[in-house]
Design a protein around this ligand. Structure first.
Ligand code: FA5
Length: 350
């Protein structure tokens, strides 16, 4: 019996030394240590032995069992380690210390134009204000001389929240708050109100090459004693010549907005087609860019300013359209497409 233990020990050593994969090792484990395995079978043959022999043989078999278990465990670790090394070797090589090859980003064309306009107006003494995108009906319409059921609301259908608030359809929605904020300094200290407020606007409308449902405007207001249309035209001209750095053909025509009187549409000759007509300008050769006018007395009054003493102008520059003209972007929808590759074409050098 003793010989059988020794033979089996040698067999186990020999077989395990040749094993090269984990499934083979598992088969070997079952064949030695499993319920029907050879080590278990040795114990079954002990019936014929004396009590003394059984004790000694039992101890030998238990030692063999521990030996086989340890050897199998060692082999298991060895094979797993080898497998991990092979996996690491087959992975693509990279140097963790080398600098990342990531293309640097570029500013969105609208951001660039917005910053440029802010810089221009700041240099002329205007404050830059921010305003929320969710506003009340009062801010967006009623304070602007557009009462409920006024037909002017049809032009600016927007998105309403369940609580009655809305996504602002025009940056003019901040006018009332701006007049109230800067009004006291004007009235008490004679400091003119000069502010611009860029912002995102929303309208529920069909999109085309020059209309988006989400776009940017930049509103501007100036209020003081004796402000006239000449002041308005001066600031508009300065802004356009600074943005484009060349002469741009513009036209001023009457326009109706309930919050200005008189009101104008300021169009620029389409820079995509040079005025010949194309989808970007709805084939008219002109692009509506910056409606403006003299602030209506009702709006001044609603903002706490006496219209008999003060006058002012307001304008609502279409920033998104300005970016189209400046960078030669034919379709406004490209600007919201999120396509970094095509957007960076316009602004890579900035
Ligand atoms: C207004 O929104 C007025 N609040 C502007 C204003 C301010 C007038 C102060 C007088 C005084 P209008 O709806 O025309 O006006 O829009 C102004 C500009 O925003 C347009 O000339 C155009 O450049 C831009 N715009 C309007 N709708 C869209 C649109 N769907 N997609 C892209 N740009 C638009």
């Amino acid at each position: 019996m003793e010989n059988k233990v020794l033979e089996l020990r040698k067999e186990i050593e020999k077989r395990l030394s040749k094993i090269n994969d984990l499934s083979e090792l598992d088969n070997a484990r079952i064949s030695y240590l499993g319920k029907k395995g050879s080590i278990t079978a040795l114990l079954k043959g002990m019936k014929e032995l004396t009590a003394e022999q059984k004790k000694a043989f039992g101890a030998d078999v238990n030692r063999l069992k521990s030996f086989a278990s340890e050897l199998i465990e060692k082999k298991n670790e060895e094979l797993k380690q080898r497998q991990t090394e092979l996996e690491i070797k087959s992975m693509p090589k990279f140097d963790v210390t080398s600098p990342a090859n990531i293309a640097s980003g570029s500013y969105h064309p609208i951001t660039l134009v917005q910053r440029q306009c802010e810089a221009i107006f700041k240099s002329m003494g205007f404050n830059v204000e921010d305003y929320s995108e969710v506003v009340t009906d009062y801010e967006c319409f009623e304070s602007l001389n557009i009462p409920k059921h006024h037909p002017a609301r049809d032009m600016q259908d927007t998105y309403y929240l369940e609580n009655g608030q809305l996504l602002k359809s025009q940056t003019s929605a901040a006018q009332n708050a701006i007049l109230k904020k800067y009004g006291p300094a004007l009235i008490n200290d004679g400091v003119p109100i000069k502010a611009i407020f860029p912002g995102r606007c929303f309208r529920n409308e069909a999109t085309d090459a020059c209309h988006e449902n989400t776009f940017f405007q930049m509103e501007g207001v100036m209020v003081d004693k004796d402000i006239s249309i000449s002041n308005l035209i001066y600031f508009m001209k300065t802004m356009l010549s600074e943005v484009f750095q060349r002469d741009i053909k513009v036209r001023l025509r009457p326009g109706f907005f309930p919050f200005v009187e008189p009101g104008f549409e300021l169009d620029i000759s389409c820079l995509i087609c040079g005025g010949a007509g194309c989808p970007s300008c709805k084939h008219s050769g002109w692009l509506e860019l910056c409606p403006c006018g003299m602030i209506h007395p009702n709006v001044l009054r609603e903002g706490g300013i006496d219209p008999d003493e003060y006058t002012g102008f307001a304008f609502g520059l279409g920033l998104t359209r300005l970016a189209m003209m400046k960078y030669g972007i034919k379709d406004i929808r490209d600007l919201n497409s999120g396509n970094l590759k095509s957007l960076s074409i316009f602004t890579d050098d900035e």
